[in-house]
Design a protein around this ligand. Structure first.
Ligand code: 9WO
Length: 247
């Protein structure tokens, strides 16, 4: 899978893809990431990527020509290119959207800056607009990093054995269970006994129960959206009944 990032600030990406799972995925040949400087797709001595907004107002707008030239050049000959604009107006990114992109051979990511991009880019070049959440940033570069990170983890072979086991918990649509490590007692705070007694069936049960409790309390919206097994459904029912009985 190849990611092509289009940005006016390629230096921002220096380092971010050189660690951990992403680095390993690159080394294994599972992904390739190219950071493309939008200015290389301008013409003229001024290498101009922005201009004043029609209709007036503050700030600048990204010109259409360099963005069309860059994205079309990078996807030449592709039948159904994925050209994603990271923008607060996009569909809000989540694990299931990440999973959809993980099976694509090539994704072009356009990072907006200034007041945004000329609307003709949105209407006639971009195939998907994606937001990483409801807040305004200074540009699309950090969202592009988030996108690459979340999608790469879902490419088969990108996670090691330990990490894939962990991944299961979000795939269920629940929040993660609490984690503990040594020492078993720290400043009078004990790790739960159940985790240290070696009963793996009991540990499994405890973790699932904690994941359900935490999800019900913090993100009940996830419970409604989750596709749960029959035993999980029953466990949630039980957790709900028990919390009703508490007060
Ligand atoms: C600025 C603004 C100010 C007042 C009211 C609404 C507003 N919207 C914006 C705006 O969208 N500015 C953008 C800044 C222009 C393009 C690049 N910028 C950007 C991308 N900010 N945040 C993102 C982004 C991308 C993906 N997911 C979350 C945020």
């Amino acid at each position: 899978m190849r990611f092509d990032i289009i940005t006016i600030f390629p230096e921002i990406f220096r380092g971010v893809f050189e660690f951990g799972i992403i680095r390993r995925a690159i080394e294994a040949g599972l992904i390739e990431i190219a950071v493309n400087d939008l200015r290389n797709y301008t013409d003229g001595r001024h290498r101009q990527v922005d201009d004043r907004p029609f209709g007036g107002g503050a700030g600048m707008v990204m010109k259409p020509e360099p963005l069309f030239r860059a994205a079309e050049g990078l996807t030449e000959g592709e039948i159904e290119p994925a050209i994603v604009l990271l923008s607060p107006q996009g569909r809000v990114f989540d694990q299931s959207i990440a999973l959809d992109y993980a099976s694509r051979p090539h994704v072009v990511l356009i990072c907006g800056r200034y007041e945004g991009v000329d609307e003709r880019v949105v209407e006639h070049l971009v195939t998907d607009e994606v937001s990483i959440g409801d807040y305004i940033l200074s540009g699309g570069e950090i969202p592009a990093m988030v996108f690459v990170d979340a999608v790469t983890r879902l490419i088969p072979g990108a996670l090691g054995d330990a990490e894939s086991a962990e991944q299961e918990s979000f795939t269920t649509g629940l929040l993660d269970y609490p984690h503990y490590t040594r020492p078993a007692e720290f400043r009078g705070m004990s790790a739960p006994e159940v985790l240290t007694n070696g009963n793996h069936a009991e540990i499994e049960r405890w973790r699932r129960e904690k994941a359900i409790e935490k999800t019900l309390k913090r993100r009940p919206d996830l419970i409604r959206a989750a596709s749960l097994s029959k035993s999980q459904g029953i466990a949630i029912q039980k957790a709900g009944d028990e919390s009703e009985n508490e007060t």
